[in-house]
Design a protein around this ligand. Sequence first.
Ligand code: 16G
Ligand code: MG
Length: 554
Amino acid sequence: MTLFNVAIGMALFEEVSKKSALHPKPAGLLLNYGTSGFRTVAEQLDHVMFRMGLLAVLRSKKTKATIGVMVTASHNPEEDNGIKLVDPMGEMVTPTWEEYAMQVANAEQEALLTVLGDIMKREAIDINQGAAVFIGRDTRPSSESLSQAVLDGILSLAGHAHDYGVLTTPQLHFMVRCENTQSRYGNPTTEGYYQKLSQAFVQLVKHAPNRTDDQKHLLVDGANGVGALKLREMEPFLQKELQISLFNKGTGGKLNFQCGADYVKVQQGPPLGVEMLVGQRCCSFDGDADRIVYYYSDSEGRFHLLDGDKIATLISTFLKKLVTQAGLDLQIGVVQTAYANGSSTRYLENNMKVTVRCVETGVKHLHHAAQEFDIGVYFEANGHGTVLFSESAVEKIQQLAMDSSTSDEKKSAAQILENTVNVTNQAVGDAISDMLLVEAVLAVQGLSLQQWDAMYTDLPNRQRKVKVADKSVITTTDAERRALSPAGLQDAVDALVKQYRLSRAFVRPSGTEDTIRVYAEADTQENTDSLAHEVCMAVYRLAGGVGEEPQPLC
Ligand code: 16G
Ligand code: MG
């Protein structure tokens, strides 16, 4: 390092030291960079925000690219907040830097500069390298001041910041990807996002010219969050090809309260505030609009949920048909987690004959695995997912779509595929983009919601939680499908599962809450609930349960 660099470094660190005193860390407070960033009650997060601004600058210097910072706590209650970092291609920040994030967030006030210095040394970061960070935030009341703290962090390390204000999480990921591909992926503006996705959507539905107004009509539950706001902004770009009735717009109700994708998935019932008619197509976003689930109620008043598994099946079936029709040699894979309904996995493997992979919970794991296919469709059952097209797959599709010597049938398949690529937010799962994709797939194939639902029948399933003294006593393997510790737990689960038909169960420590999660499925809802309860009891007994014993669901 030259003397000049040392002087710059010292001046910057002095500024960081001065500014960080305005964002003091409560002594002793330790937070975890969980499955998807830091998440806790908003009052505890000011110092974390400031420090993530600092870390984003370092990450940007290291990668020589623009980095994203999103302030959100997704589907958590309104009082919570959170933050996550976004890497150059719009993907989740790489695991080594999650570790750094924890070190920086948890350093006591006087140790902060040392921790930053150590990271710079370990990563050989050049202090003179420029840095740029994009910031987005959701609509929580705490998000504005918290994103201001992020900005303070960025500026105190002399980074360049672009604050987009309120954005959906996937929009922020999109902006970062556009910026770092020199706009080849799209323009890094909300208008660029609306234009790219809606143009592709409008092109796709041209292949379904006779749609009735009824078929164009969709009810959307915006979870009283940012998704509702952004959907309203996007509507004019859709040229009336989708007619949206928007509920839970955030004008009266509370964010995520008895509404939104997570609520609907876990309750397996409709959200509050949506006026559904029999058979009508409805969907729910979560609080930051990176998840979506579909549903309807039938003439007997029964609720039907079409979750991430059903969305993955719909999309991969569509893609497989098109790839075959186009005569392209592209391998399609579907990536799921242990939460995927057993029926969906069986249908994909046995009927659709596509490769299915199971990975750990959390988008970063799914995204990574999906990159190994020419076309990788990944979805969590909770509605978080997207499709990744490899660069060479996109090239082959584009070439065929332009090839004047090919047959009309092949060309048309390639053109539909090309627009499918463009309607998809490949940076990350995106409720708005997934919604447009599902709507287009249904339209192009002339499928009703009921026909989609009938592709396979979900096995009854149940998710429960058990409180234990220390959730880390449970460790897992085989994509979280088997428990390695504590001793005897997996044997107990195996013995219970054997007592039911078509059954499966697993336990795993939550990555976002201080709890153990239990999942069970079996041939009937009654058996599923009974299995889930017995597994909860086994966890309670063998993994140090605290508080009241788990109660059977009546
Ligand atoms: C986060 C993850 C989600 C995962 C969930 C699991 C992202 C963007 N979000 O919300 O994918 O399903 O955590 O939570 O990765 P759990 O570990 O508490 O069950
Ligand atoms: Mg979310």
